[in-house]
Ligand binder design. Structure first.
Ligand code: AMP
Length: 611
């Protein structure tokens, strides 16, 4: 790959999986991990050594250490809800930044160190807050992020590059792990335009897994009288199995379920042996799939086209491999969806096409992109609301969902007699009162001729481009006096302080993690996460690590206590006391000795429990 200027890459930051791509010889290609993986799970682990691991290794640890692993953080993007990992609170964008940092390491590997720009995709349905959080995550990861792109636009681009000569309407149906999105995209003379989007950012394959988990749990409840969902490990195990069963049912009509040990009850293993058919599974998820078809209907209606005018159906997202999804779409739209675009890679590849257009690499492709403004842009005015004149009303100049790039001008008039100055306040948002929207900036237009009120016309022009740069010009029509303000990044309005804090926090986390080089193969081996091996690699554990390990052992002891007999309880109490003693010690070797001794006895107890 050549590296003439700052490379621009395209990133699909998915709920379940993520990927990064770039244009090579005029074609989008995934940039794989050093181990050759094209797509990585969007899962983060903070391990016992304080090291961040992203991808398969983290996913493999979900059952063993659910409280150290974060998955599906995309669903929380834009909220202030803290996400806990190993009892530490993180913002959703900090966790996303860890995923993006992992992808950035692949990019650095391919291009060498240096500044990199990323175009990151988000569901068309994402709100302003969610987009800003995504952009911030990219910047925390060390990318320059100028542009956030809608996923359906990206998906259509992955496909559009091959089919430039045709004019058509494309329906992009994107059912991933955590979000559902459908868009009608019009392609005309190489111009792609999202005509309408609908969706639900809380619906996806994860929900199907949970429905299946409930189904499995109800079988266990029925035959054993206990609820496995009350046990965090049993719940994680069922979730992991549910996904496997679901994926199997995409190719098989039925599948056998054999789970010998889900949890313990009265010292006896509780398991499940049964069978599920595709029909049973479809019965569980049919309601959700019907909801997606309702969204398809709405998007087509909003795009003001007829069902018969949809020439192509593009499937994006792993969950579109469920045969029932294809059946429902074929029945509703009267044609088969295309199968030639890899549903897992389409978004990243399309983001790379966007990146190629931005960097100039695809300048000769004949492709032009438009997108839609994700929120309304406007100004504050004095106006009438419910019959009362009041200040601070929001007058929209570029409505949400307007195709961009766009230029719009609105004419306003001076509000006061003798007024020679107007203040232009720029806002974005959807509320009719500006105080509930986000302020992007303000400037003054001076030297307006003094006149009666409502006489001097002022033209306000908003120019909004694909890079999120908004230019606002105010012009006094009678004397051509102008003033302009450029808002460089309408998406970047987060407090600098919060950003710097997050940056420092992540830096400390990465810098304080053990520095030992993990060779590339061993990173994969970590999928069989083995705590003892990890310690061996890191050498002597710190006192904090050991105390944390004591906490884990205490947790394991507490977990087996309820199902233990009198003798076992006495042994458990003794071990608990030993661990309490260990907590007071300062010498790591002594602590380690007690941990080793306790671990051995605990394993014996756990095994007795299972017998
Ligand atoms: P995405 O967010 O696009 O990466 O999609 C991930 C989702 O697709 C997860 O919920 C996966 O379980 C699901 N998935 C992947 N492969 C299949 C398959 N063959 N059948 C059903 N669901 C699948």
């Amino acid at each position: 790959m050549n590296n003439k200027a700052r490379p621009v890459v395209g990133i699909d930051l998915g709920t379940t999986n993520s990927a990064v791509a770039y244009i090579v010889n005029g074609k989008p290609k995934i940039i794989p991990s050093p181990q050759g993986q094209e797509i990585i799970p969007s899962v983060v682990l903070l391990d016992m050594q304080g090291k961040i691991l992203v991808g398969d290794a983290a996913k493999a640890s979900q059952v063993a250490m659910p409280d150290r692993v974060v998955a599906a953080v995309k669903r929380k993007m834009g909220s202030n809800e803290p996400v806990y990992m190993a009892e530490q609170a993180f913002s959703p964008q900090e966790i996303s930044a860890m995923i993006l940092r992992e992808l950035k390491s692949y990019v650095d590997n391919a291009f060498g160190e240096g500044e990199k720009e990323a175009i990151i995709t988000v569901p068309a349905y994402f709100t302003d807050e969610q987009r800003r959080a995504t952009k911030q995550a990219g910047e925390l990861a060390g990318f320059v992020v100028d542009r956030i792109v809608n996923e359906p636009t990206a998906a259509a681009l992955a496909f559009g590059l091959e089919q430039l000569e045709e004019d058509k309407h494309i329906l992009v149906y994107d059912l991933g792990g955590g979000t559902f999105d459908v868009s009608v995209v019009e392609m005309m003379s190489g111009i792609l335009e999202v005509k309408a989007s609908a969706g639900n950012n809380q619906l996806g394959g994860e929900d199907f897994d949970w429905l299946l988990v409930d189904w499995l749990a109800s079988k266990i409840k029925k035959s054993h009288g206990i609820d496995p969902l009350k046990d965090i490990r049993a719940k994680s195990l069922l979730k992991e199995q549910a996904e496997k069963i679901k994926i199997e049912l995409s190719s098989a009509e039925k599948t056998a379920i054999h789970l010998p040990l889900v949890m313990m009850k009265n010292n006896h293993p509780v398991g499940l042996s049964t069978e599920i058919t595709r029909q049973d599974f479809v019965g569980l998820i049919e309601g959700m799939l019907t909801e997606t078809v309702d969204c398809v209907r709405r998007a087509i209606a909003d795009a003001k086209v007829d069902v018969s005018e949809i020439q192509e159906i593009l499937l994006v997202g792993g969950s579109t491999r469920i045969p029932r999804v294809r059946e429902l779409l074929t029945a509703f739209l009267g044609k088969e969806p295309r199968c030639d675009v890899n549903p897992d890679e389409a978004v990243a590849l399309g983001a790379a096409v966007q990146a190629g257009l931005k960097s100039g690499e695809l300048a000769d492709s004949g492709l032009i992109i438009t997108d839609v403004a994700p929120f309304s842009l406007g100004t504050s005015i004095l106006g009438e609301r419910q019959g009362i004149a009041r200040n601070g009303l929001f007058s929209v100049i570029i409505p949400r969902n307007t195709t961009i790039p766009v230029t719009r001008t609105e004419r306003f008039y001076t509000a006061m007699p003798g007024q020679t100055t107007v203040q232009i306040d720029i806002y974005q948002g959807e509320h009719e009162l500006v105080k509930y929207n986000h302020s992007l900036g303000e400037f003054l237009l001076e030297d307006i001729p003094a006149n009666y009120k409502d006489v001097e016309p002022i033209d306000i022009t908003y120019r909004y481009n694909l890079n999120g740069i908004l230019e606002v010009t105010a012009k006094c029509v009678s004397n051509d006096r102008e003033a302009t303000l450029t808002v460089h990044d309408a998406l970047a309005r987060d407090s600098k302080q919060q950003f710097v804090q997050s940056l420092d926090k992540l830096q400390a986390l990465y810098e304080n993690a053990p520095k030992e080089e993990i060779d590339e193969e061993s990173e994969f081996d970590l999928s069989d996460f083995d705590i003892e091996d990890e310690e061996d690699e890191a050498g002597e554990a710190s006192i904090e690590d050991l105390r944390e390990e004591i906490g884990m052992l205490q947790g394991r002891l507490a977990a087996i206590m309820p199902d233990s007999n009198e003798l076992q309880r006495r042994k458990i109490d003794k071990l608990k006391r030993r661990l309490e003693e260990a907590k007071l010690l300062e010498n790591t070797a002594d602590i380690q000795e007690i941990i080793d001794e306790t671990t051995d006895l605990l394993i014996d107890l756990e095994m007795e429990d299972e017998e």
